[in-house]
Design a protein around this ligand. Structure first.
Ligand SMILES: [Zn+2]
Length: 225
């Protein structure tokens, strides 16, 4: 058994098996525009309650018309043509708990928070379990937390942040925690992360991590290479 409460976590749809169609019993949570940095796409989130678990499913792509048909009752989630979508699958499953509305809200909150910095829910499109008011309240709370964390990070800046700035890596708080920052990975088009309190950096793409000295050496190596 897993130590934590999560039964299943896959916010990037990396584990998603190739599915032929979505389950018919998914209930529309809501649909919204999603800013994926390079583009704006549409995404719909669906809630499903089984005997034991609460699940969140998503479909991404240009999906407005079918979502409207689902709202109108002339289509079901099973009618999505998976091949034409940018992504579709289950992103979370948690033990069944509480009112469906709050369970659904909690699942969407997790999804939006974990994708912060990469994907951002930009604009409400269609309501289901969650209406525009609930959606905007949720996004507003996350925005507020991000801002508050960023503010705290700036107030408690540590040595590695100054070093990263001097090295030209343009560090900025991620807002995900009061101590997490991101900065440009030297000579690359992706970001590395900095845990300010520990004075540590890590880049998952380059498999590099370390403290201030390692960061200075890393930048030097990239400049010389
Ligand atoms: Zn890197």
């Amino acid at each position: 058994m897993n130590d934590n409460n999560d039964i299943f976590v896959d916010p990037w749809l990396k584990k998603a098996e190739k599915i032929a169609s979505l389950p018919e019993d998914l209930l529309l949570a809501c649909a919204y525009n999603l800013d994926i940095t390079a583009d704006i796409i549409e995404e719909a989130a669906f809630f499903r309650r089984t005997e034991t678990s609460d699940e969140l499913w998503i479909t991404a792509g240009y999906i407005s018309s079918i979502v409207q048909d689902i709202v109108d009752g002339t289509a079901t989630p099973k009618d999505f043509e998976i091949k034409k979508l940018l992504g579709a699958g289950r992103v979370f499953a948690l033990p069944k708990k509480g009112e469906p509305f709050f369970a659904c809200l909690n699942l969407l909150d997790r999804l939006f928070r974990v994708r912060t910095g990469f994907y951002w829910p930009q604009k409400f499109l269609t309501g289901g379990i969650l209406n525009k008011y609930a959606f905007e309240g949720l996004v507003g709370r996350i925005e507020h937390d991000l801002l508050e964390n960023s503010q705290k990070a700036k107030e408690t800046e540590t040595e590695i942040i100054k070093v990263a700035r001097d090295l030209g890596l343009s560090p900025n708080p991620t807002g995900k925690s009061p101590t997490q920052w991101f900065a440009g990975c030297p000579n690359k088009n992706h970001v590395l992360f900095i845990e300010a309190r520990e004075n540590l950096f890590f880049c998952g793409w380059c498999s590099r991590k370390g403290g201030i000295k390692e960061l200075q050496a890393f930048v030097k190596e990239r400049k010389e290479g």
